[in-house]
Ligand binder design. Structure first.
Ligand code: 2M8
Length: 442
């Protein structure tokens, strides 16, 4: 499919998933707004329609909790996803959660400052009305995104080092990555886990692409633990069965603090808050670098509950390339590993983009969700951050190769790295959105 057809197809996917106030993550599997999906969706919308992109940010922020957390789902009026509002019961048990819209009670990676950057830049490139809309969105969103970064710095730094922790694998966005296997193995679902019926399995072509029932029991048990402590962030961190310092989330936190600080300078925001963002960024960047495995050089997660490093290699090991901080020699070495035969340069890959798990790893499962497939949105994120960090050649290669992967026009959630087959949900909004951004901005 050529670029024009691909761009039209991507715009058509976003329009098709648009309820008017939110572009759902996908038509069938995910009929609601997911926090980090929404940010990437805004990146694509910004290329089409600045006002529509701004409304997406406003919808997301309408679900922000009073303490600053941006929840991982803002629910639409649709049913069809489990766990839905009845299961989470956030507004029933937690005073910080909004009564409406309904939201989940956990968070996802903080990439929203990147979306704001994109909308502001698109507005400034265009006419007076778009420019004014973007500037007023900046004014409206900046304090709210600051509050979100502050929430993470306040409640999710249990070791006090800047390493941001997740309390559920879903918070990482990489739900069943092998990164979480050992931490999940220690989660013992209680006999009093309320019964439930999954809704995801009949919405993908092959059940084997989705997590198992045993994994789902643990996902649901963690939510049950949180619900029982009223989603109080300090209690969740103190008592929950799962607490892992997430190096990928930490890198995105540091990156977003920097991006938000820059936007704050342009928008005349309070100097003390801008300085605070820079301090958080520096601390978390250092925390990311401190996780590096002395043997492989890759960044690692840290299981706070077990008191041990998680050395299972995954795409998260390249987190330093997102947030920066490596010296030139170290950066070149890490890039060489990423581009080398275990990762992007693996001879069996159909396209040279980062797989979520190396095909050389015993954990590699080419069809299963976050255990091997290539995700266009993750490729976009690396490419965007690499360009920002001056790694222009790799950024351009990842863009070109991903566009080759998605040229079938299905806009799949993820792709089989050895065959290029589309997997998971088709017409996935964030895939369409990042393709649009690449086609428009080059
Ligand atoms: C996947 O996560 C949801 C739970 O949040 C699910 O499996 O039901 C992940 O890929 C996540 O990163 C993504 O935001 C979400 C919607 O695309 O789907």
């Amino acid at each position: 499919m050529g670029s024009v057809a691909l761009a039209s197809g991507a715009a058509w996917v976003l329009a098709g998933n648009d309820t008017g106030t939110m572009v759902t993550a996908s038509p069938r599997l995910y009929p609601h707004m997911w926090s980090w999906d929404a940010a990437f969706i805004m990146v694509g919308l910004a290329q089409l329609d600045v006002d529509r992109a701004a409304r997406e940010m406003e919808t997301l922020l309408s679900g922000q909790w009073a303490d600053g957390m941006i929840p991982h789902i803002v629910f639409s009026e649709e049913n069809g996803y489990f766990p839905g509002p009845d299961r989470w019961q956030t507004a029933v048990v937690c005073e910080h959660a909004p009564a409406r819209p309904h939201t989940s009670g956990i968070c996802q990676p903080p990439v929203h400052a990147i979306a704001l950057r994109k909308i502001v830049d698109a507005g400034r490139r265009r006419s007076g009305a778009d420019r004014r809309r973007a500037e007023s969105l900046l004014h409206y969103s900046w304090p709210r995104l600051f509050a979100w970064q502050r929430w993470l710095a306040t409640y999710r730094d249990p070791l006090g080092t800047g390493l941001i922790a997740v309390t559920h694998g879903w918070e990482s966005g990489m739900d069943n990555s092998p990164r979480w296997d050992s931490a999940y193995a220690a989660v013992q679902p209680g006999a009093d886990l309320p019964p439930y019926v999954r809704k995801d399995l009949d919405k993908v072509g092959d059940e084997g692409e989705r997590p198992t029932d045993a994994e789902y029991d643990r996902y649901l048990w963690l939510i049950e633990e949180m619900r029982r402590v009223g989603y109080r962030p300090d209690e969740v961190v103190r008592t929950g069965s799962f607490l892992v310092g997430d190096v990928f989330m930490t890198a995105l936190f540091a990156l977003s603090c920097e991006v938000l600080a820059e936007l704050g300078e342009e928008g005349g925001q309070p100097e003390e808050q801008i300085a605070q963002l820079r301090r958080w960024a520096a601390r978390s960047r250092a925390a990311v670098l401190d996780t590096r495995d002395p043997v492989t050089g890759l960044a690692r997660d840290y299981d706070v509950r077990a008191g041990q490093w998680v050395s299972t290699p995954s795409i998260a090991g390249f987190a330093p390339l997102l947030c920066g901080g490596l010296d030139p020699q170290q950066q070149a070495e890490m890039l060489a590993v990423l581009e080398g035969p275990d990762w992007m340069g693996h001879p069996d890959l159909v396209v040279a983009t980062p797989p979520t798990v190396s095909p050389s790893s015993p954990h590699f499962m080419p069809k299963q969700y976050w255990r091997g497939p290539q995700w266009p949105v993750i490729s976009w994120l690396f490419s965007w951050a690499m360009r920002r960090g001056g790694m222009y050649d790799t950024a351009a290669d990842i863009r070109a190769e991903t566009l080759r992967l998605v040229s079938d026009g299905t806009f799949a959630e993820y792709y089989h790295p050895l065959t290029g087959a589309p997997l998971g949900s088709l017409s996935q909004s964030w895939t369409a959105a990042v393709v649009l951004d690449w086609l428009y901005e080059g």
